[in-house]
Write a protein that binds this ligand. Structure first.
Ligand code: ADE
Ligand code: ZN
Length: 326
């Protein structure tokens, strides 16, 4: 079989996925209409044409605009279910989904509305297909640590629905150290910890994610490769990197897919995985990310298999679920 067919057939995990980044323009217009809110673009095509980014912030500006049409529990359900149906068709058997509570509470949408809708879709997918999941709330790093603490308070009634905490949004200028205290509080509550680091930010931010946030994995991590001691430390701690090839291309973290460092990561002994990040904005879901690597790099069958295995091993699923999927 071709490598593309093989990658499509492999059972896969998705460990780096922002649910608000799965908002397809067609669905965005449909929900905007039913909620009677206006979008800044007149048509689906006009919106899609705006999806040309030169950096992370270009994308984030549109991402926050897009999610602002989500008002009701049913909106969060429909968004999540559309994503789950899509990746179920791609043989994704386990998902770990980020949501950005502050992207919604800042607009007056209660935490409960968000999490209830997202979780109901995840539970339905589990019932229907045996798909397993973890739910991760992410703090927006362009906001204050106080705002993150406030969000943690709002999350407390739902802690048995929340598996972990992440850190996302504008990286440069917002180092992990800004959030050291709130992540300490999260760890005390028994939450698992991850953080975006080294997407645009320097190796120093990745060190801080390790030393101050005490992450159990790293989202992206590309720029860690600039620091040999850091690479050695990540390998020693066996930390999984949730790498996002098409995202890196769209946000100009890499200039061309042929230069993507994911194979270098594997050769250095790092536990890299393949993920889609914000597939509605970056031009592809899980299988598209594998296909881009296959078509644009010299990736081997063995490496593809390693990436998928790293996804199972690096996931936060329970040992019983791991048995089930292996
Ligand atoms: N929020 C959604 N996608 C993100 C990314 N790739 N980096 C930082 N914040 C994000
Ligand atoms: Zn991300």
């Amino acid at each position: 079989a071709s490598l593309v067919a093989l990658s499509q057939a492999m059972p896969k995990t998705e460990l780096h996925l922002h649910i608000e980044g799965t908002f397809e323009p067609e669905q965005m217009f449909a929900i905007a209409q039913r909620n009677q809110v206006a979008l800044k673009y007149d048509t689906v095509d006009a919106l899609k044409e705006a999806y040309q980014f030169t950096n992370l912030q270009d994308f984030l500006d549109l991402y926050y605009q897009g999610m602002s049409v989500l008002l009701h529990e049913a909106d969060f359900y429909d968004l999540t279910m559309a994503y789950l149906e899509k990746v179920h068709s791609e043989n994704v058997v386990h998902v770990e989904i980020f949501f950005d509570p502050q992207g919604h509470t800042e607009r007056g949408i209660p935490f409960e509305v968000q999490i209830t809708g997202i979780r109901r879709a995840l539970e339905d997918a589990k019932q229907r297909w045996g798909m397993t999941y973890q739910l991760i709330m992410s703090f927006l790093r362009h906001l204050s640590e106080d705002s993150a603490f406030q969000t943690l308070e709002e999350a407390k009634p739902f802690l048995n629905w929340i598996d972990g905490v992440g850190l996302d949004s504008s990286e440069v200028g917002h180092p992990p150290e800004k959030f050291a205290n709130v992540f300490a509080a999260c760890r005390d509550l028994g939450l698992k910890i991850t953080a975006h680091a080294g997407e645009e930010g320097p190796p120093e931010y990745v060190w801080q994610a390790l030393d101050l946030i005490k992450v159990q994995r790293i989202d992206h991590g590309n720029r860690a490769l600039e620091d040999d001691d850091l690479v050695a430390e990540i390998a020693k701690q066996q930390l999984t990197l949730t790498v996002c090839p098409l995202s890196n291309l769209k946000l100009c973290v890499v200039n061309d897919m042929t230069e993507h460092p994911i194979r270098t990561m594997l050769k250095l002994g790092l536990k890299a995985t393949v993920n889609s990040d914000d597939p509605a904005y970056f031009g592809g879901y899980m299988n598209d990310n594998y296909q881009a690597l296959i078509e644009r790099t010299q990736i081997s069958k063995q490496e593809l298999y390693q990436l998928a295995c790293n996804g199972i091993e690096g996931s936060w699923m329970s040992p019983t679920d791991k048995q089930k999927h292996l």
